[in-house]
Design a binder for this molecule. Structure first.
Ligand code: FEO
Length: 518
């Protein structure tokens, strides 16, 4: 059977929902399933925008052939090579051997990796400023590296003012037969899962998302067609504003998220009591998560929204409870900056979870610690009530009034955008929003001034000859990839294996460590 929806003259949605999927990408729960969108343009030339996940391939192929009605595909635009969109690319390309594949330079390489040299050779490379005429439509391309993989690009239909946005503006959840955002209550039914999708899928890459938004600002976009979730035509400015906020890591709301990891209830009870104290003090935008019951993807999403985060963990195996460790790693991995953290720990004989959590949070730039570490041994005592009051008060005091700026200057400094439609600009590494800090002439990560050394200075710790060596950890300023290399590696010529950027200043030194020589 065929199942399509008409979006504009000659343009059809031909996607589908997978309602049996438990975990998207094997890790994010999707209780409402997942939608996979792709699109077919029947102009003088025929253009297929991406293929589809194997879970819904049968109907996709039937719908595709029904709409083609014997016509051949001229171009398959490959916005993104992740297999939730490209798993069936090989089969489509085989059925339509005349079709040219269209993608970025990195995309061409990935096509070769996934499908071999024949498909790679059929790929036409495009980039910023390039366009393709299909007869009555002009399709203009813009790269969007790391939103969500390095090869991603978006396509703008100049005539219909439609942006095919790849993973950007996507969502978890099936469509359930409602294709457009105006068929939902946007804020009540769509926004939470769009935020959870954003935070977990592209939340790490705020700089790159901001660059895409800058490019979009040069366009008149009337419809956004993402690869997942509802097509947006009624809330374009609202969702762009949300994306700008999320990409800049600014909290949306002055709100408190309390996440606790508790075994027998002692830690839970403190977390709940703190929640009541905050509520009594007038803070009602408050969420309490039991990490044994709630997946970190939901907590991360709410943490992208809220200004304050309280982490409460029992000590476990002389460290942090595994569920809390997973959450803190999730915050660090997704670069959740500009948040205020408070900590509660429990330990019947050796409480250490708080110290470990605080050490882990140190890796997050621009964080703020609010209040003192609150410690209980097994159970909170009545004598500690005043101390918990103090922590609650510190959190209340940290909550900004609407007219106050949130922390330091967090305004996004928009670089000169690359117009999607217009002259080709040279492809250069994006300007960093933050000034680059250096030590000994080497670019280093913020806050690491005292934690790294350079040849020109006395090293922190000389390796003992033959027993240990110094390993340096460098972070790519573009995609965030962390490379562990022996000290002395020439990072000016080191090619990032993820985003393929290279050049002086491309990597910043994060830290050094000693490792045994094997
Ligand atoms: Fe929807 Fe990054 O794949």
């Amino acid at each position: 059977m065929h199942c399509e929806q008409k979006l504009a003259k000659g343009l059809y949605w031909i996607g589908g929902d997978d309602k049996r999927l438990g975990f998207f990408e094997g890790c994010h729960p999707v209780p409402d399933g997942m939608s996979y969108n792709n699109y077919l343009l029947l102009d003088e030339k025929v253009v297929l925008f991406d293929t589809i996940d194997r879970a819904v391939e049968e109907r996709f192929f039937e719908t595709l052939e029904y709409l083609l009605d014997g016509r051949k595909i001229d171009y398959i635009i490959v916005s993104h090579m992740e297999p939730d969109h490209s798993a069936t690319l090989g089969a489509v390309a085989k059925a339509h051997p005349e079709a040219k594949l269209v993608g970025t330079k990195v995309c061409k390489t990935l096509i070769g990796q996934f499908f071999g040299p024949e498909l790679e050779a059929r790929t036409m490379v495009v980039g910023d400023g390039d366009s393709l005429s299909t007869g009555t439509h002009t399709l203009a391309f813009a790269t969007a590296p790391m939103v969500h993989w390095p090869e991603v690009m978006v396509t703008y239909d100049v005539e219909d003012k439609i942006l095919f946005s790849a993973d950007a503006f996507g969502s978890f959840g099936g469509l359930d037969g409602k294709l457009f955002d105006d068929m939902y209550d946007f804020e009540d039914e769509l926004l939470d899962e769009m935020r959870r999708y954003y935070a977990n899928i592209v939340g790490k890459y705020g700089t790159q998302v901001n660059e895409l938004l800058d490019k979009m600002d040069t366009l008149d976009v009337r419809m956004i067609c993402p690869l997942h979730g509802a097509i947006i035509r009624d809330n374009i400015e609202l969702i762009k504003a949300k994306y700008r906020t999320w990409a800049s890591y600014e909290p949306e709301d002055e709100a408190v998220v309390i996440a606790y990891a508790s075994v027998y209830g002692g830690t839970r009870d403190v977390a709940e009591k703190l929640a009541f104290k905050l509520s009594d003090a007038g803070i009602h935008d408050l969420a309490l998560f039991d990490l044994s019951m709630t997946d970190p993807s939901y907590v991360l999403a709410d943490a992208f929204r809220a200004s304050n985060i309280v982490l409460a963990s029992v000590t476990f195996n002389a460290g942090v409870f595994p569920k809390m460790r997973e959450l803190v790693d999730c915050f660090v991995d997704h670069n959740l900056r500009r948040r205020r953290f408070s900590f509660i720990q429990n330990g019947s004989w050796g409480p250490i979870a708080g110290k470990k959590m605080m050490e882990a949070v140190e890796a997050i730039p621009e964080h703020e610690i609010v209040g003192d570490l609150f410690t209980i041994k097994s159970r909170m005592t009545d004598e500690q009530d005043g101390e918990l009051d103090k922590l609650a008060q510190a959190i209340v005091d940290s909550i900004r009034h609407p007219e106050e700026p949130i922390m330091a200057d967090v305004s996004h400094v928009a670089p000169e955008p690359t117009p999607i439609v217009g002259a080709v600009k040279p492809r250069v590494a994006p300007p960093s929003v933050e000034p680059v800090r250096t030590k000994g002439g080497v670019p280093i990560a913020p806050g690491m001034e005292d934690k790294v050394t350079h040849e020109s200075e006395a090293p922190i710790q000389e390796p003992e000859q033959g027993k240990t060596k110094v390993i340096q950890i460098w972070r790519c300023t573009f995609c965030g990839y962390q490379a562990e290399v022996p000290k002395g590696t020439d990072m000016d010529t080191f090619v990032c294996p993820v985003c393929l950027k290279v050049g002086p200043g491309q990597f910043i030194l994060v830290r050094e460590k000693m490792v045994p020589v094997s």
